[in-house]
Write a protein that binds this ligand. Structure first.
Ligand SMILES: *Cc1c(COP(=O)(O)O)cnc(C)c1O
Length: 420
């Protein structure tokens, strides 16, 4: 949000904002390199300080000494349920309705397949063109699986989504906070519109969990999926999570009918009999070490109010926008994130006609980590648990320095790497 009065551009103002930040003390609970300003916690959350030791104990004690006994003795077998129950309050779902499993992508396959099976007469899956590609790719894969009976219908504009909800709409599948521009969908309103049309909803919470107050149960959401390694800080490739509304549990739901989703995995029944509870959404053996990392990272949320986290996200992003617009004026950067703080998540994106990738590369060389999203987007994430206002100030100071005299426009900054 751009303030009515001109923003205070002094670093003292940033320091004053940090001094009154109710979440300031949480930063110490992360390990962050001293020479880096990290504005990419929306892509890979930082390392919680408690994680390395906990992982070491799991590896040497539980795996090394406990060996296979640790499935029972160290509670490995319960980890997906236990971690799911820890995530549940962060997303407004019941503990019995959330489980940690697989990747977000795989969880979408499971939930989308289950949702379509609940609307057998309908053929449309509705999403938006600018959704994160993996979501749309999975929908295309599910459609191939169902013999092409379904169709993926893309809304070009967010405002057009409701118009596509007709009596042939089976599922509305959307990402709550958009990965490109950080804009937020009206979860309650769109869920209701889908239900009024007789369709089900699947919300992807990849950029919402850990920054947005969420109320899946209150919004009557059918299914949700989300990511463990972004704002939940579970580490690279951390298990993802999924939510299933109580009314959709039971019976045959998801198609990846592996032994971990069986009613009695160690009964070694030759035929699949699904668990009646959320464990049906497991497939095979969970990655225990990654589960432990995510579970340990979730300790950080004890006693933290999501409204404080979201208030800080709004403040950090608003402050960043104010500073960039004041200090980088005339640089060809165009804000594409909503100016209204209530309509954006914890990220701010700009486009640049030619220099998007090179500016981000030059910033990373200067110790400020953001990321680039093709074709022209510079994306900055502001994880409220560890990002300070002084970090924002210094990041913009360096950005202004890079833009000044087009210091980014050198061959070394244009050379593309595999991960951007
Ligand atoms: C990050 C992200 C994913 C990631 O999926 P993975 O299976 O973890 O690779 C999925 N959907 C959205 C919207 C994302 O932002």
């Amino acid at each position: 949000m751009t303030s009515a009065t001109p923003p205070d551009l002094s670093i003292d103002h940033a320091r004053a904002l940090d001094a009154t930040d109710p979440l300031a003390s949480l930063r110490e609970r992360f390990i962050l390199p001293a020479d880096v300003i990290y504005l990419d916690g929306n892509s890979l959350g930082a390392l919680p300080r408690a994680v390395p030791e906990r992982i070491a104990a799991t590896v040497t004690g539980e795996w090394g000494d406990g060996l296979i006994r640790s499935w029972n003795d160290a509670g490995w077998i319960e980890a997906p349920r236990r971690v799911g129950a820890r995530i549940a309050p962060l997303i407004g779902g019941g503990a019995a309705n959330v489980i940690a499993a697989d990747s977000t992508t795989v969880n979408l396959f499971k939930t989308l397949s289950a949702a379509l099976a609940l609307r057998p007469q309908r053929t449309k899956i509705i999403t938006e063109t600018r959704n994160f590609p993996t979501d749309n790719y999975i929908a295309e894969g599910v459609i191939r699986q169902t013999g092409g009976r379904h169709r993926l219908v893309h809304a070009e504009q967010a405002t057009a989504i409701a118009d596509l909800l007709d009596d042939d709409a089976a599922v509305l599948m959307l990402t709550h906070v958009n990965y490109r521009d950080g804009s937020v969908h009206d979860m309650a309103g769109l869920t209701k519109a889908a239900h009024d049309a007789g369709a089900l909803v699947i919300w992807d919470l990849a950029h919402s969990a850990g920054v947005m107050p969420l109320d899946l149960a209150g919004c009557d959401v059918d299914f949700a999926i989300g990511c463990g390694y972004k704002f939940l800080n579970g580490g690279p490739g951390a298990p993802a999570f999924l939510y299933v509304a109580p009314r959709h549990l039971g019976g045959f739901g998801q198609p990846l009918s592996g032994w971990f989703g069986h009613a009695d995995p160690f009964g070694f029944d030759p035929h699949y009999q699904p668990a009646e509870d959320i464990t049906q959404y497991l497939c095979g053996t969970p990655p225990v070490i990654s589960m432990v990392a995510l579970e340990t990272a979730l300790d950080l949320w004890d006693g933290v109010a999501m409204r404080d986290v979201n208030a800080k996200a709004r403040q950090l992003t608003g402050y960043f926008i104010d500073l960039v617009e004041a200090r980088c004026a005339g640089s060809d950067l165009t804000l594409i994130s909503p100016r209204d703080a209530a309509r954006r998540g914890a990220q701010v994106s700009f486009t640049h006609p030619t220099g998007g990738y090179a500016i981000i590369s030059a910033l990373i060389a200067d110790g400020v980590i953001g990321d680039f999203r093709a074709p022209d987007i510079l994306r900055f994430g502001f994880a409220p648990l560890y990002t300070r206002f002084v970090d924002v100030w210094h990041a913009v100071d360096r950005l202004a320095g890079i833009l000044d005299g087009r210091r980014w426009d050198r061959p070394e900054f244009h050379a593309r790497r595999k991960v951007t």
